[in-house]
Design a protein around this ligand. Structure first.
Ligand code: ZN
Length: 387
């Protein structure tokens, strides 16, 4: 009898270890895929140029996966050793709090959710198993705690002075990265406009209106209704502006984007996207709508995955950047990788010098490379972070 209990106990320990220990890594490896590619080239000239750039990226979901980001890993695209190898100064870290089963670019409802099982298998705090608000709070806590525990790796960018501190430390030779706390889809507000201020106090400085499904604020580009903003959405946007939060229009329906532009002057980003004129995709809003965002000073982050840019190679990324500069102007184009956002990519954060090499050897000027690789993002944050 005793033996049987011991065996049952051993089996439950082993299955718990599998579910709570191995499963999250296994899941991430399936979701954040590295695509095979020919070896990347980086000339001495490109490497030397890359080391003088402010490198920045508008969108990564790395804090979703419960990896130790202080250690170099082989799965995913981002951790701090790899960001440093890529000479990153700025990285936006976004919170994914709900994602429907069978997620696609055409039509989703909000009835199902894959993030719940991720919260459970990662043994996250109990309130995150049921509350989207709690998931939003957890993300800010993870980013803030990481910076507190690894001050040599990250400073959280909440104000202009944080940005100045970051740049002064980097100028003195430190490899510290500025992390900005963002939210992908504002459903963690749970319909409460007063929660905008609560999240701003936690450190959020960028909030996307919707993700893959229509929510309390309005229509998703991949939702059922394609509706514009709700009254709550309009109220929430006004509160975001009052609380110094940058509005992210990625994933919003065209009508929700147009409504937002009618009631607000921003600041706006489309943190991770492709350009429809260069890659026609249901993931990308029309060039005409994108132009209206740019007309209000918006910044566009070019993604690295197929659904956005049609071609994941360095050449595919470069073609989007070239189209973006020619169509929308140099000052409006930045990088928006969507690293660790359940997409398949060829380029990972440590390999970013290869993108500089590719741009340099394909006729991009040094001015263009400086702006797109992160200079534009730096200027945008310097203009829009609060005092
Ligand atoms: Zn996304």
């Amino acid at each position: 009898m005793k033996k049987r209990y011991a065996l049952a106990f051993a089996i439950s320990v082993i299955s718990a270890a599998l579910i709570f220990g191995v499963a999250p890594r296994y899941v991430e490896k399936q979701m954040n895929v590295h695509l095979p590619h020919d070896p990347f080239m980086v000339s001495d000239q490109a490497q030397a140029l890359h080391e003088t750039l402010i490198v920045g990226d508008l969108h990564a979901d790395s804090f979703l996966w419960d990896r130790d980001l202080s250690k170099r890993d082989t799965i995913g695209s981002v951790d701090f050793p790899r960001l440093k190898e890529g000479n990153f100064a700025l990285q936006v870290f976004s919170a994914v709090t709900k994602s429907p089963r069978g997620q696609n670019y055409e039509e989703n409802d909000g009835d199902s959710d894959n993030i719940t099982s991720l919260m459970v298998t990662q043994l996250r705090p109990l309130d995150t198993w049921t509350s989207l608000f709690a998931r939003g709070r957890l993300h800010a806590q993870l980013v803030n705690d990481y910076a507190a525990n690894h001050p040599e790796d990250m400073v959280v960018l909440k104000s202009k002075s944080d940005l100045e501190t970051l740049m002064a430390r980097r100028a003195a030779g430190e490899t510290v990265v500025g992390g900005l706390i963002a939210m992908e889809g504002a459903h963690p507000l749970e319909g409460g406009a007063e929660n905008v201020k609560v999240f701003a106090e936690m450190g959020y400085r960028m909030i996307g209106l919707t993700h893959f499904f229509d929510n309390e604020l309005g229509g998703s580009l991949h939702g059922k209704s394609q509706m514009g903003l709700t009254d709550f959405g309009k109220t929430a946007i006004r509160r975001m502006i009052q609380n110094n939060i940058i509005i992210d229009l990625a994933h919003a329906s065209e009508q929700a984007v147009l409504d937002t532009l009618t009631i607000s002057d921003g600041p706006f980003v489309v943190s991770h996207t492709g350009l429809n004129g260069a890659c026609e995709s249901p993931r990308n809003i029309s060039d005409d709508t994108m132009q209206k965002i740019v007309d209000k000073g918006g910044l566009i982050g070019i993604g690295f995955w197929e659904g956005a840019i049609c071609d994941t190679s360095l050449d595919g990324i470069a073609k989007q950047i070239r189209y973006g500069i020619d169509r929308f102007g140099l000052e409006s184009i930045a990088l928006g990788s969507d690293w660790d956002g359940a997409v398949a990519v060829e380029l990972t954060s440590n390999e970013t010098p290869a993108l500089t090499h590719h741009l340099l050897s394909n006729g991009f000027s040094e001015t263009e490379i400086r702006a797109v690789m992160g200079g534009n993002l730096y200027r945008f944050l310097a203009a829009h972070l609060p005092r």
